[in-house]
Design a protein around this ligand. Sequence first.
Ligand SMILES: [Zn+2]
Length: 252
Amino acid sequence: MKKRVVLLPLAFLLCSVLLCALSVGAFLLAGGSCIPLPQPPVEQDTQPEQPKVPPRVVIIDAGHGGEDGGAVGVTGLVEKDLNLDLAKRLCALLEAEGVRVIMTRTEDVLLYDRGADYQGRKKVLDLAARQAIGDANPGAIFVSLHANTFPEEIYHGLQVWYSPNSEKSAALAESVRAKVVGTLQPDNHRQSKPGGSNIFLLHKLQIPAVLIECGFLSNPAECRDLADPAYRDRLAHALCKGICAYYENDAQ
Ligand SMILES: [Zn+2]
């Protein structure tokens, strides 16, 4: 009995010494420093990679400007002013949808270099400058805003022309046309058409491009509508919806 009482503390002492020796050995094997050993990487909760959506960039081109007023309505409404006002309304709506907008002009000007020899070439230089903005943004779409006029008063309704250089231009034109007809002009049966070489920008641009004749200034009722800020708002909303619908269909 007495012998067992002596042996138990002795065994405990031997175990403690052994554990100490093992700890020191591990410490020395680790290089004898207090720098922690490299740990295996902790597995992160990784999200599945989202497909990258290209940024939506719209170039809004308010037709005419400065010395070039464009068409003049039966009420005296000048096309360049209508185009710019609509462009600004559309710009605000698209930006609210998260679209990046580039305006070819935000003031009543033609886009030609005042330092260049522009005599007799203002319009040519202006259109070339607008084309250059399109060419410099290959990921963008180009929306040119204009208004129509015709010797006979009866003609009315929005008309969309598209560039024959890009297949997507026709889809953009159809999307805009459909939204305007669906929300604003149910009796408008005009179809979108490819622009010929007489429409300089559509002929030259390689990106998706449309030219929208927003209505006939030669039609008294439509000219009065186009002069009305509330109607311009509704038209800008319809154009915005058409452009956004184009992007949604394009992404599918
Ligand atoms: Zn025009």
